[in-house]
Design a protein around this ligand. Structure first.
Ligand SMILES: [Zn+2]
Length: 300
């Protein structure tokens, strides 16, 4: 818990490249390659890494070795906050089986996105996730609850803010210590980020709030800045701007870790992350994936 609530840095960046970044890649990385990347991320000063997801290995074979990776990372890097994504009871049982003490449980507030993701409506998914938050907390697991499509959906367009707030209220009441608002389809606008963040903070002032932003329309960093100005101090990022949802057509990657670090450096905000080391990680990703990545800073 202490590790989770570490506040020595002004801004904490959670690295998503191993999960959001790799879940859609045609090349499946080996366990050794993933472990090497986690070591490199830790060396660069990253303190929180979502290393994978406990999803069906037949549907997402890229994440099939999450159980093994969690074990290796926790043994090798005990000071790193190692976390993974859970979407259902089977996944939660796997997380408990690995002894993982922090997970991200997540649902979508868009009906069509939710049906593609977990074959349930948004409200059905919320009910199921609320139960799982309670089960995880009862096992001593710290839960971050993710609200996907919080800023709109590629299929449905707008998602009512009140639906997002209802999900936040229920998840916090169930025991989630952090709420992660995800712009899964990359539809958010800075004004919308400011407004939703303010409403969530008013509703649940004791719950930590983090943002998961995709750069689909080139507004990733602008949205991150809007979140920062609205008081958010936790952001999801992915080295090289990797990422994208397999169920969202045309979804672009996450805000690139190196671009976020560069932005915060310019603002004089400490992230504890070394840009030079990050560029080595982007290069390593390009080697193992065999393609250039979209981020810009490493080419300067
Ligand atoms: Zn994402």
């Amino acid at each position: 818990m202490l590790k989770y609530l570490e506040t020595s840095r002004e801004v904490v960046l959670e690295e998503e490249s191993l999960r959001d970044g790799l879940q859609n890649e045609p090349r499946i990385l080996s366990l050794d390659e993933k472990l090497e990347l986690v070591h490199l991320l830790a060396t660069a000063g990253i303190r929180r890494v979502q290393v994978g997801s406990f999803v069906n290995p037949r549907t997402v074979p890229q994440m099939a070795d999450t159980d093994a990776l969690v074990g290796l990372v926790r043994a090798a890097l005990p000071h790193l906050l190692c976390t993974a994504l859970v979407l259902n009871r089977q996944g939660l049982d796997r997380a408990i089986g690995c002894g993982l003490d922090h997970i991200s449980l997540s649902l979508s507030v868009s009906d069509s996105h939710s049906r593609k993701n977990v074959r349930r409506s948004a409200m059905e998914a919320l009910e199921a996730i609320v139960v799982l938050v309670g089960v995880a907390v009862a096992h001593g697991i710290t839960v971050r609850a993710g609200v996907q499509s919080a800023f709109g959906c590629a299929d449905e367009g707008c998602v009512p803010e009140d639906r997002v707030l209802e999900a936040v209220r229920r998840l916090a009441a169930a025991g989630a210590v952090e709420i992660n608002l995800a712009d899964t389809a990359g539809k958010a606008h800075p004004d919308q980020v400011r407004q939703l963040v303010a409403r969530v903070r008013r509703l649940e002032p004791a719950v930590r709030l983090s943002l998961h932003l995709h750069d689909t329309r080139g507004l990733g960093l602008a949205n991150l800045m809007a979140g920062y100005e609205a008081g958010v101090r936790l952001f999801d990022v992915a080295a090289g701007g990797l990422g994208g949802c397999p169920f969202v057509q045309g979804a672009a990657g996450n805000v690139a870790t190196e671009e976020a670090v560069h932005l915060f450096q310019g603002l004089g905000v400490d992230t504890g992350i070394d840009l030079g080391q990050l560029h080595k990680i982007v290069e390593r990703y390009q080697e193992v994936l065999g393609r250039p990545l979209p981020e810009k800073k490493h080419r300067m």
